[in-house]
Write a protein that binds this ligand. Structure first.
Ligand SMILES: Cc1cc2nc3c(=O)[nH]c(=O)nc-3n(C[C@H](O)[C@H](O)[C@H](O)COP(=O)(O)OP(=O)(O)OC[C@H]3O[C@@H](n4cnc5c(N)ncnc54)[C@H](O)[C@@H]3O)c2cc1C
Length: 307
């Protein structure tokens, strides 16, 4: 039975695995990350990624997201992290739209009623949140793992490691195999990256879903949320509707140069699985909010590793 400051093998090098690895290393454990896909090849690299709570159980998601907000708010002071704080608006077709996760926002961050809404929307909530430029941030996280003495190795596993070490299963959709869990399933998300046209305000309309997320050199436009769809090939017709919907919200996007098309498979599950089973801690099934809750989940993983 592993005790504190033991060897831990983290399976998965997406945002969840790397964040767990950082926190475990900071707690004094010896950590090796193994993954079939290295950080920039993961679903995490495709995330938009606005801090925006989603998924269940809601009471834990609020807690995890709240603590991750605070970590990101600190990280934005380090330019190399790829984290910035941006103002943005959650849009609603109906009047009086609201979010269930208000308590995840710190005092002063909003949400406030937006006065100037794009046409077609009856209400909106404006708030200040972290926006994470994932390719930059994943590099930063990987460097942090290595600076703390951890390792990251490519390894395609057919089962969780059979070892004396503690294992953290952060394999996302791979938990269908590694966790023998068929309740985790893909929710396909397609995005279009366009040139930066001087935007700094994010917009999300969850229903469609439609989102516009400005980053340092490009803008991420989304999206789709198609359940149980495994294809990672971008669909040209979908890309056209993504561009049209985005330009209706932000007219400056009309005619913006398209840089790339991407598809990611969100690891969706009825509830996030964060629990310990003997010497395996499962942490997967974060659906569309793995970035948003990452630091809060990693803190719970460290707690579970203790006891
Ligand atoms: C288009 C899109 C937009 C998104 N926008 C947001 C957003 O705005 N905000 C937000 O918070 N989230 C967003 N998300 C969701 C977010 O990307 C996910 O919740 C998050 O990436 C899940 O991280 P993860 O580390 O669990 O999984 P992944 O990033 O998928 O990493 C899983 C890791 O496990 C490894 N693995 C799997 N199987 C095996 C195996 N058999 N052997 C070895 N290794 C294995 C993989 O190789 C990989 O390294 C978005 C997702 C998409 C697709």
């Amino acid at each position: 039975m592993p005790t504190s400051e033991q060897r831990v093998i983290v399976v998965g090098a997406g945002v969840v695995g790397l964040t767990c690895a950082v926190r475990l290393l900071e707690a004094g454990h010896r950590v090796d990350v193994v993954a079939r896909d290295l950080p920039l090849e993961t679903t995490s690299a495709i995330a938009a990624a606005v801090w925006s709570p989603y998924a269940k159980p809601q009471e834990h998601v609020v807690r995890w997201a709240r603590s991750a907000y605070d970590v990101f708010a600190t990280l934005c002071e380090d330019e190399s992290s790829g984290v910035v704080m941006r103002t943005g608006t959650e849009l609603f077709r109906e009047a009086g739209g609201d979010v269930w996760w208000r308590d995840a926002l710190p005092p002063g961050a909003g949400p406030d009623q937006e006065t100037s809404l794009p046409s077609g929307y009856a209400s909106g909530l404006t708030m200040r949140t972290p926006v994470v430029e994932m390719p930059v941030y994943l590099r930063w996280l990987a460097a942090r793992v290595e600076a703390l003495g951890g390792t990251i190795t490519r390894m395609n596993l057919s089962a969780l490691p059979d070892t004396d070490a503690m294992v953290v299963n952060a394999s996302g959709i791979g938990s269908r195999l590694l966790g023998a869990d068929h309740t985790v399933a893909p929710v396909r998300g397609q995005v279009v990256l366009v040139e930066q046209v001087g935007l700094d305000h994010w917009w999300i309309e969850s229903e469609t879903p439609t989102y516009i997320v400005p980053r340092s050199r490009d803008v991420v436009l989304g999206g789709t949320a198609i359940e149980a769809e495994w294809s990672r090939t971008p669909d040209p017709a979908t890309a056209r509707t993504i561009l049209e919907r985005a330009a209706r919200i932000e007219p400056r996007l009309a005619g913006a140069r398209v840089l790339r098309h991407k598809v990611g498979l969100r690891p969706s599950r009825a509830t996030v699985r964060l629990e310990r089973e003997d010497d395996v801690i499962h942490c997967y099934g974060h659906g569309g909010c793995g970035v948003t809750v990452s630091w809060g989940c990693a803190d719970d993983v460290v707690e579970l590793a203790r006891g």
